[in-house]
Design a protein around this ligand. Structure first.
Ligand code: ZN
Length: 276
């Protein structure tokens, strides 16, 4: 019997809410309601960014805590993962939310070009965020935007800042970073297995690449898939997603198509080495 698959939903992200994308949840109440629907559709991990009142990206730990508290009520057992990502946020404030001890937090281990900015992750910031996660008992999800980021993760393992079984996510299809390409995924996976042999892994396809990257990941035995409006707002070229739950339902179909089962919250916690 093959291992069930964790469905991760990235509900909001940090790209402005466009007038043509009213489904994107940005207030705390919208985020809780949208995640609850996604949870009912099979998602067991929520990746969280929060916004200020003007909808710009926020580092306010109080807002992160409010979303986490809401999700603990509305979505029992769901894994809460805070973003420590950069866009529009002061580097010094990116780890402030970790004091609220989410189950997980994203951690980028290197810098990379993004569509309109350099996503800057200085080595000292990476080590500092990893150290804070360790101090607060937060499990990192290592974001891989480039091959060198795998080696960044390995250096953190060697420095004792993360454990030897990290969860890594390959991010494909970000303009100016890695293209979405199955050969490239094989190459990344090969390197991950060589230098981080105990790692669990998933892959995220951005924009129109969401479904195909999910398929490639499932075909290669990924323990999780990722979907959500942060990464992609369309069902087809001509049709916008109506909600995060609609995207989760498509991910659930893909999981079943590959002959796998959708993880329950307790499965998800076991698979990702988190407390029940
Ligand atoms: Zn994110």
């Amino acid at each position: 019997m093959s291992e069930p698959v964790v469905i991760a939903v990235a509900i909001t992200g940090s790209v402005p809410r466009k007038a043509d994308n009213p489904a994107l949840p940005v207030t705390v109440a919208e985020q809780i309601a949208s995640t609850r629907e996604a949870y009912e559709a099979g998602a067991t991990l929520a990746h969280i960014h929060v916004r200020n009142d003007d909808e710009t990206p926020s580092s306010d730990p109080g807002r992160f805590a409010a979303v986490q508290d809401g999700l603990r009520q509305a979505c029992p057992g769901m894994i809460v993962q805070f973003s420590t990502g950069g866009r529009g946020r002061d580097p010094a404030s990116r780890g402030l939310s970790l004091q609220h001890r989410p189950d997980m937090a994203s951690l980028s281990t290197g810098s990379v070009n993004f569509p309109t900015i350099v996503y800057e992750n200085h080595a000292t910031l990476v080590a500092d965020l990893a150290g804070q996660m360790q101090r607060y008992g937060v499990r990192p999800e290592i974001e891989i935007f480039d091959l060198s980021h795998l080696h960044g993760a390995r250096r953190l393992v060697e420095a004792g800042l993360i454990d030897a079984r990290p969860h890594v996510q390959f991010v494909m299809g970000v303009k100016n970073a890695m293209p979405a390409d199955p050969h490239l995924l094989d190459l990344l996976l090969g390197e991950a297995r060589r230098i981080l042999p105990k790692a669990t892994w998933t892959a995220a396809g951005i924009g129109r690449h969401q479904a195909e990257v999910m398929d490639w990941a499932l075909a290669r035995g990924a323990c999780a898939v990722r979907t959500g409006l942060e990464d992609n707002i369309r069902i087809t070229r001509d049709r916008l997603a109506g909600s995060n739950a609609e995207l989760v339902a498509l991910a659930a179909d893909a999981v079943r198509r590959h002959g796998r089962r959708i993880a329950t919250p307790s499965d998800a916690r076991r698979i990702l080495d988190l407390a029940p």
